[in-house]
Design a protein around this ligand. Structure first.
Ligand code: ZN
Length: 331
């Protein structure tokens, strides 16, 4: 029987963009587990061949539930667009309400309560349309569905992927401008730099190394795959292949198995080699050199793009809507 993993993915809506702590808790619940919490009403979303059950807990949000459902649909559409389909055949989202404003908490589990993927989102009852429009967390949680569960030492890849893919998926879907996410990456990626006493990604489990160290790995992998394939393949191809091989959140895989499936799809050894170089030792990523090559330049009001930079085409390819097109929920 597969282990049922409890993972507190994100403990507050500001987790990724501030210095708040992230913890991965595995253990017993006090009371019923979230997938058995009460449900006041339910809706379903059909997207590619997936049915997403969206359950609402008790409570009186200011926003109509149709608006909240649309927010879930947009996140599902972003992730399906990135992966070419929604990554699992069935998914379940439980929206619970609490006093406050904004997305207060997001958590994902694999293979619980009869669902391959389950996400619990806690929304403040005073959440506004603007809060939902600005939200990254629902998309982040859906990205977790698209990678197998790996040992605790490798949580950096689960969080790094969700951190790196979430904004790219939203650009590919058309919900964010590319300038915005390169500006955010330039600002936030240094949070993943190893400290003086840090070890490799498998050995130092701080918030910065887990979320942004993992995201640095993903960015470097994406660029390196594209360098080695004349920009014909990217991390997106590797990740789609992992999902196609059955590597989703409800499966427990060794990390190497996922990376081998990804590398096979790109005809490279980028993921395995990069992992070997970053797993035990604190290999710094030269972000300034990456921005220079990609043509992401500081400017007075954020960033500007240098389309004459040597790898400007790689930068453009990373956020380009894939040939499989935008995937929307069926009406
Ligand atoms: Zn996460």
């Amino acid at each position: 029987m597969r282990r049922r993993r409890l993972r507190i993915i994100a403990t507050c809506a500001f987790l990724i963009f501030t210095a708040a702590c992230g913890f991965f808790l595995r253990g017993q619940f006090h009371g019923d587990p979230p997938w058995r919490h009460p449900v006041a009403s339910s809706q379903t979303i059909h997207i590619s061949n997936t049915v997403i059950q969206v359950d609402f807990g008790p409570g009186s949000p200011d926003l109509p539930k149709s608006t909240i459902l649309h927010w879930v649909e947009n996140a599902a559409s972003s992730v399906a667009t990135y992966y070419g389909r929604f990554p699992v055949a069935r998914d379940r989202v439980l929206i619970e309400f609490a006093p406050g404003q904004g997305i207060l908490r997001g958590t994902s589990w694999g293979d619980v309560g009869g669902s391959p993927a389950f996400h619990r989102l806690v929304l403040g009852e005073q959440t506004t349309q603007r809060d939902l429009d600005d939200d990254w967390e629902m998309t982040h949680e859906f990205v977790h569905s698209a990678f197998p569960s790996v040992d605790d030492d490798h949580s950096w890849i689960e969080e790094g992927l969700a951190t790196y893919i979430e904004p790219i998926a939203r650009v590919q879907r058309g919900f964010l401008p590319a300038e915005r996410i390169w500006s955010d990456m330039m600002h936030d990626m240094p949070k993943g730099d190893p400290g003086s006493s840090d070890h490799g990604l498998d050995r130092t489990h701080t918030w910065g190394r887990t979320y942004w160290g993992g995201a640095q790995f993903c960015l470097l992998a994406d660029v390196t795959i594209r360098e080695q394939t004349r920009n014909q393949k990217g991390l997106q191809d590797a990740l789609r292949a992992i999902v196609s091989a059955g590597g989703t959140i409800d499966k427990d895989w060794p990390l190497e198995k996922a990376f081998e499936a990804g590398d096979h799809a790109t005809g490279t050894h980028v993921l395995i080699n990069l992992y070997d170089s970053m797993r035990d030792t604190p290999k710094p990523v030269d972000l300034d050199e990456l921005w220079r090559k990609l043509g992401v330049v500081h400017s007075s009001d954020g960033i500007r793009f240098d389309d004459h930079a040597p790898e400007a085409d790689i930068r453009k390819a990373i956020t380009r809507t894939p040939a499989t097109g935008v995937i929307r929920p069926q009406p």
